[in-house]
Design a protein around this ligand. Structure first.
Ligand code: NAD
Length: 445
């Protein structure tokens, strides 16, 4: 869908007017192309005294071929600023953030990355340490709003003893794959980490199921998981059969026509996965519908359909796959929530209830699945340029698009890349996370 304002703002007269009038300034975001390095430019790495992450992270980045510097490179803009805040044990030491970032933030390259590493407050031994570590959230969320130029900022809490589990997350957050992810807090804990032999095809030999795959975000998810090496079982309703087959053919996957709300859907799906593939490695619950009406005007069918498709059908499918032992060890379940599920929205009591339920499902199922070496996470997209958002009335659409730190809508591929990071075999420590793909939207922030 064309974003005429973004096109205008990146023209010469547009840049002049945007600057003069203080209008939203969407800069074209860099996106990943197959074969690109993780990051194009040097990473400036610093840390507070006593931190435990700077050293292993520096080693890891170097092993990935990244140019890691302890001092600002002369004559070049760093592509990322990475700061190990794990040594901060008291609010009095938070000045270390200012000392590191103040002199260098202005020199960060376009589409630059800020990543702060810390310890989740619940993993801290002392209240003062937990307080100081919690403070990092406010810092990162503000930097995300200040950084400009298509840059992003993220906070990664790394549990003690899992320093080796951060690679897939750093690869994602430092690269253009995370173009529309900013102001987010990621938690890495214990879990089975299986570094792929080839980071260009981390899902080689894996089977992935994507529901609602025939168009929009689901189509992009299927394409990205296939690019990463998976055989993708593309599922959608029979009415979408033609588009579904075209996609499956294009990506060398298979098509499965199924309404996930049908009473026999879990059994039919389980049978298909068992007989054709002997199980499944990645399950992406993307199928979703809206039936917007204010609650006072909403019919019961409108409520029921949205709750069924967006939440209850997913629970029944997961139960069936688990009961039959079809989720392979190292498996990944990813569900698509929404910022409406976080913030609520007028006319969307049904949708927001279902999408908040998805977050509840992630939180309640994470420990259950961890016992089987399976992770569950969710993405919560904000304004993504799809047929769904193209149908939104102009003024609402413009407001939705601009009300985020990047002043533009995201693309389906931004959601897909985030899901591919969760799906990576090296992301075993990334569980129970809900990551917004919203350009740091003000909605629900
Ligand atoms: P879309 O309407 O283009 O695609 C949804 C797909 O789900 C369709 O192909 C549809 O046929 C399929 N589907 C619906 N009911 C089904 C059923 N019963 N069984 C099987 N398949 C079914 O929507 P989209 O914009 O691509 O959204 C994808 C997901 O992302 C949804 O869960 C949506 O709620 C969520 N989301 C989208 C946005 C956005 O800005 N587009 C924002 C937040 C969340």
């Amino acid at each position: 869908m064309s974003d005429r304002y973004s096109q205008f703002a990146s023209s010469a007269p547009g840049r002049f007017l945007v600057g003069r009038l203080g209008l939203p300034n969407p800069v074209p975001l860099r996106r990943h192309r197959q074969g690109d390095p993780v990051i194009d430019g040097a990473v400036l790495l610093g840390g507070a005294p006593g931190g435990r992450l700077a050293e292993p992270v520096g080693k890891l980045l170097r092993s990935m071929g990244v140019d890691v510097r302890a001092e600002q490179p002369t004559g070049a803009r760093p592509a990322a600023l990475v700061f190990d805040a794990s040594g901060i044990a008291d609010s009095g030491q938070l000045g270390e953030l200012h000392a590191f970032f103040n002199p260098v933030l202005r020199s960060l390259a376009r589409s630059g990355r800020v990543v702060v590493l810390g310890i989740a407050p619940q993993d801290c031994a002392q209240p003062r340490q937990a307080t100081a570590q919690r403070a990092l959230e406010g810092f990162v969320r503000s930097v995300g709003k200040e950084v400009g130029g298509g840059g992003t900022a993220s906070l990664v809490y790394v549990a003690p003893g899992v320093e080796d589990a951060v690679e897939s997350t750093l690869r994602f957050l430092l690269s253009p794959k995370s173009a529309f992810v900013s102001g987010q807090v990621v938690r890495i804990g214990p879990g089975m980490v299986d570094a792929p032999a080839d980071w260009e095809r981390p899902l080689a030999g894996k089977v992935a199921l994507v529901t609602g795959a025939s168009r929009g975000i689901g189509e992009a998810i299927a394409e990205v998981l296939s690019r990463d090496g998976a055989h993708v079982v593309c599922l959608d309703v029979p009415a979408q059969g033609a588009d579904l087959s075209a996609l499956a053919n294009r990506i060398g996957g298979s098509a499965l026509q199924l309404d996930i709300t049908a009473a026999d859907a879990p059994t039919r799906l389980a049978t298909h996965l068992r007989e054709r593939h002997g199980g499944v490695d990645v399950v992406v619950h993307n199928a979703g519908v809206t039936r917007d009406k204010k609650l006072a005007n909403m019919r019961a069918e409108q409520w029921d359909l949205v709750l069924e498709v967006n939440l209850s059908a997913q629970e029944r499918i997961d139960d069936a796959l688990l009961a039959e032992g079809l989720l392979n060890p190292g498996g990944r379940v990813v569900s698509v929530s929404s910022i409406s599920g976080i913030a609520g929205n007028v006319g969307q009591t049904n949708y927001a209830t279902s999408k908040a339920g998805v977050i509840g499902m992630v939180q309640s199922m994470a420990p259950v699945l961890a016992a089987k070496d399976v992770t569950i996470n969710a993405v919560a997209p904000g304004f993504i340029e799809t047929a769904m958002t193209a149908a939104v009335p102009l003024v609402t659409r413009e407001v939705g698009r601009r009300m985020n730190s990047l002043a533009q809508g995201g693309l389906p591929v931004d959601v897909a890349e985030t899901i591919a990071w969760f799906a990576n075999p090296a992301s075993g420590g990334v569980a129970g996370n809900v990551v917004r793909v919203c350009g740091q939207s003000l909605i629900g922030a």
